[in-house]
Design a binder for this molecule. Structure first.
Ligand code: CAA
Length: 375
């Protein structure tokens, strides 16, 4: 099934590459213009069904989209990936009819930007340890707590916030809520000063006695942790695509540099040729892992193991490719305004967010052995 899709997907890749290379800018501010152009093409709702305002594309097609966008601007890539896989899908999968009618068309058309608020200071890798509380009150809940490292914090229109109704119940107390940007009691911090992906704002998100009506709870009480984990399966495929974009761009840039040096009469050393051959081979392997994880997700089967493998392998490759390509290119290509510098700085976080690669190893091992006690 996967291979019979290739021809159609090649055409899609060409379309997405043409868009990314010709329409996206590489500025240094939050990429409002890039997101607006993506929205005009329908790309903010690429895999969302047409009946909800999306393009109705497959998850594989969406994976190619994030890869191609990330070749040019990985910040735009991650904002779109988070918006889609953990900002829009939650409502499609778990939303009530009212929630779908209220938010899905706006999110799918890119009129609204979605974000995901799970991480806290004491709950990064151990997401179940979150301490943001939700207290039942007349007509809804009061939420109190502080989230960290929220992609598109302060820019998003709708946040999926995870809070606990009863910490003593562990994961069974965690519940998901849809919180609108304008809610009283919601404050986004200043964008963090990061080493890379600087166009994608990452902020703290505070909630002080923030009232959420019962109708804004996503799913049932206590279902939040499973909702978060199942969404992250798809989210991690998006991050693998982002990493593929960075790795592929670094390799292509370096091959271009080698060719131009050869034209100028310099010999490409065999060691350099071997390094680029190894990187290009591993890049194709990373693509296969990502695309096959996307195909499993599209089939409706659980893709936990495949997503973690794809995310881990592609993000490790992105860091390795950016590092080795910096070594291989001539010295003038190593300045801070060179694309290589951007690939290098942007790649690192793909090993860290949406679950660090250590967490991916735990997830893969648990899926293989079914031993949940693996720490
Ligand atoms: N799908 C559905 N359900 C799942 C699931 C999945 N993929 N994974 C776990 N569950 C269920 C389990 O079946 C279990 O349910 P039961 O009790 O009914 O059996 C329940 O959830 C608890 O699962 P675990 O016992 O495995 O939970 P745990 O506390 O041991 O945690 C973990 C597991 C994998 C380490 C998890 O904490 C984790 O993924 N941590 C990383 C967090 C993360 O990825 N954060 C990303 C933040 S968002 C981000 O980075 C976005 C961005 O800005 C780019």
């Amino acid at each position: 099934m996967f291979f019979s899709l290739l021809e159609e997907m090649h055409k899609k890749r060409d379309e997405y590459r043409c868009f990314a290379e010709n329409e996206l800018d590489e500025g240094d501010h939050f990429p409002y213009e890039n997101l607006a152009k993506a929205a005009e093409r329908g790309y903010m709702g690429c895999p969302i069904p047409r009946e909800w305002g999306g393009m109705g594309e497959s998850f594989l097609s969406y994976t190619l989209l994030i890869e191609e966008i990330s070749r040019v601007c990985a910040s735009t890539g991650v904002i779109m990936a988070v918006h889609t896989s953990v900002g829009t899908y939650p409502i499609l999968y778990f939303g009530s009819d009212d929630q779908k009618n209220s938010y899905l068309p706006g999110l799918a058309r890119g009129e609204l930007l979605g974000a995901f608020a799970l991480t806290e200071a004491g709950a990064g890798s151990d997401a179940a340890a979150l301490s943001t509380t939700a207290t039942a009150v007349d007509g809804g809940y009061l939420i109190n707590g502080c989230k960290l490292f929220i992609t598109a914090g302060g820019e998003a229109d709708l946040y999926l916030v995870f809070a606990t109704l009863d910490q003593s119940q562990g994961v069974k107390g965690i519940t998901a809520f849809l919180v609108e940007k304008s809610s009283a009691g919601l404050t986004a911090g200043k964008p963090e000063k990061k080493m890379g992906l600087n166009r994608s704002h990452t902020t703290e998100l505070r909630m002080d006695d923030l009232f959420v009506p019962t109708g804004s709870r996503l799913g049932k009480e206590g279902e939040g942790f499973k909702i978060a984990m199942s969404l992250l399966d798809g989210g991690r495929i998006g991050i693998s695509a982002q990493a593929l974009g960075l790795a592929g761009a670094a390799i292509d840039f370096t091959v271009g540099d080698m060719k131009s040096r050869e034209k100028e009469g310099f010999k490409v050393e065999q060691n350099a040729a071997f390094i680029i051959a190894d990187l290009a081979t591993r890049f194709e392997a990373a693509r296969l892992l990502s695309y096959s994880a996307a195909s499993v997700k599209q089939s409706g089967e659980r893709c936990t193991k495949e997503a973690s493998m794809a995310k881990m392998f592609a993000s490790d490759l992105a860091v390795e490719a950016a590092t080795k390509c910096l070594d291989l290119c001539r010295i003038e290509k190593r300045t801070s305004d060179s694309p290589l510098s951007r690939y290098f700085c942007d790649a690192k976080v793909t090993q860290i967010y949406e679950g660090s690669n250590q967490i991916q190893r735990i997830v893969i091992a648990r899926e293989l052995t079914k031993i949940t006690g693996l720490a």
